[in-house]
Write a protein of this length. Structure first.
Length: 546
């Protein structure tokens, strides 16, 4: 802490000022003093004299308790502030963290009250060496009645100290361990979280992973430290600019911009674009309320987009051929469970290519009895498509999972249900492999930055399998279930739709994947319904930008 601070309440505004020998209470006057909540004198700790009560908290009780707490906080009296909450230890620690964040002055102004909830504004000055910068924000607190004491107490939440703080997160200040980085795309264009909001967790992770290795110099900041060691820190205020290093990514700013716009059209949407000829990740975008990078770390059933792998496995084993008949009946029973096609459609005399293009579930499940290998799908996924080979993309990512299964669960896996989990990165890579015939592990940054090992598939796709798989995806994009979504996409194109049922969800997850020339993309919209309706337009927009 640079200097010390004293606090006061003047006209309902709580003020802490630099000066004196300690961070204590200068004067407390008005409604928050005496029997209403807090009393104290110069340089001493605040005492708590909240009255015991019963029943719902009244507005007056809430106002008095809030004033007393905010006064103690502004005065830096963590002990008194803690005793005015229902979690004294957590509140005391949080107030101490606030004090240590180089706070040289703070004004806390109570605002509107809604029952037991009181809003307030915090206007702080942060002084580090000779630099002073403002840190202003708004938050709110709620007053509850103590379970045993009966006293009105602030219901403690981390967000009281700062609205961006979440459970078990802490406010920190100083010189961070990781210097700043300037991330640029494949063409040297700078990538910022302000211009590309979806990249915020990606850029934070790049800094955490490569900041110290890339030669930058740390400055000084106020930041939020994550609840777990693998959570990137979030900068709230830069006090002294560091010297950033430049990290070149494989992202493409033009494709990224299109991905950002595309996912913004639907809630809980994610998309990834990959270059089949290199495995380079061209775009990563999410539109979610929780800030989670579901595009790269999600785990959801991929629905019929998984039929790309199933088709490759069946073709690989010579059990089907694109131009040969494949029974597409209304339903099929396997392992004691009945599987249906969407709206119970059937296609008598359909070829396997037509069944793929129309996403006929039964045509994919019927050959199981001739496969005679419960691990067949798992082997194809890993050996040819590189699934579950511990990808090291450059930041956190989650591999797809295709567990060995039997009975009804095995049949469900053939159509992308059961225990199979994927995310848009995994499905985009599967599509890129189908497009090129070779698995190339997705990469966000060059492995030369840290010498990490890149995953390699055990074998290449057979040329005959590759040719048939691409032709079926082309058929899907031109006259199958992906035709409407892909109508605007030019070039040599292919696609596959998917809808994945999720237990307890009112609507299935929407999946769609496709390629156009040397760009492959996959999107998922949680609860989005049919793949071509929501995820499809996202993929089409990204492919058009590539």
């Amino acid at each position: 802490m640079n200097g010390a601070a004293k606090g006061a309440i003047v006209g309902g505004v709580f003020l802490a000022m630099v000066g004196g020998a300690g961070y204590g209470v200068y004067a407390l006057v008005g409604d928050a003093g005496g029997q209403d909540g807090t009393g104290g004198g110069q340089g001493g700790e605040t005492s708590v004299q909240a009255a015991k009560g019963s029943g719902p908290i009244t507005e007056k009780e809430a106002a008095q308790a809030a004033k007393a707490f905010l006064a103690a906080w502004a005065a830096g009296d963590g002990g008194a502030a803690g005793e005015l909450t229902d979690n004294a230890q957590a509140a005391r620690s949080a107030v101490a963290d606030f004090k240590k964040a180089y706070v040289s002055k703070v004004v806390i102004t109570p605002g509107a009250q809604d029952g037991a909830t009181v809003a307030y504004k915090v206007a702080a000055e942060i002084t580090y060496e000779s630099v002073t910068k403002p840190l202003a924000y708004e938050s709110k607190l709620t007053v509850v009645r103590g379970l045993t004491s009966g006293k009105p107490l602030v219901d403690w939440q981390a967000s009281i100290i700062h609205p961006e703080l979440q459970k078990d997160e802490r406010l920190r200040a100083g010189a961070p361990a990781n210097p700043p980085v300037t991330a640029v795309d494949r063409n040297g264009e700078e990538l910022t979280a302000e211009k590309y909001p979806s990249l915020r967790p990606v850029l934070d992770k790049l800094r955490e992973t490569y900041g110290a290795k890339a030669g930058g110099k740390a400055g000084a900041e106020v930041w939020i430290e994550g609840a777990t060691p693998d959570t990137p820190k979030r900068t709230l205020l830069t006090l002294v600019e560091g010297e950033p290093s430049t990290i070149k990514t494989y992202l493409d700013a033009k494709v990224q911009a299109a991905a950002e716009r595309a996912v913004a059209r639907f809630p809980e949407a994610s998309v990834v674009a990959v270059q089949p000829s290199s495995g380079h990740i061209l775009a990563v975008a999410n539109h979610r309320g929780d800030g989670y990078n579901a595009a790269m770390t999600g785990n959801r059933a991929p629905g019929s987009t998984m039929k790309i792998v199933t088709a490759a496995m069946l073709l690989d084993r010579g059990l089907v051929a694109a131009d040969k008949p494949a029974e597409c009946t209304k339903d099929v029973v396997w392992g004691g469970r009945t599987f249906h096609n969407l709206k119970n459609f059937e296609a008598p005399g359909a070829t396997f290519a037509t069944s793929f293009a129309r996403s006929c579930n039964t045509a994919f499940i019927k050959p199981i009895d001739r496969v005679k290998d419960d691990a067949a799908l798992s082997k194809e996924a890993k050996e040819v498509f590189g699934i579950d080979l511990d990808w090291k993309t450059g930041i956190d990512s989650t591999d797809g999972k295709v567990p060995v299964a039997t009975g009804a669960e095995e049949a469900a896996g053939y159509i992308g249900q059961g225990r199979i989990t994927m995310n848009p990165l995994n499905i985009a890579s599967i599509t890129a492999t189908a497009r090129s015939g070779v698995f190339r592990q997705p990469l966000l940054v060059s492995p030369d930055l840290d010498g990490r090992t890149i995953a390699k598939a055990q074998r290449r796709m057979k040329p005959s399998v590759h040719q048939q798989l691409v032709s079926m995806m082309r058929l899907t994009a031109t006259s199958g279930t992906g035709a409407n979504a892909m109508a605007s996409v030019g070039g040599d194109k292919g696609a596959k739709t998917g809808s994945a049922e999720v237990d307890g969800a009112g609507s299935p997850d929407s999946w769609f994947t496709g390629f156009s020339d040397d760009v492959a993309a996959a999107a998922m919209v949680e609860g989005g319904g049919h793949g071509g309706d929501t995820a499809g337009p996202i993929v089409a927009s990204v492919l058009n930008a590539g």
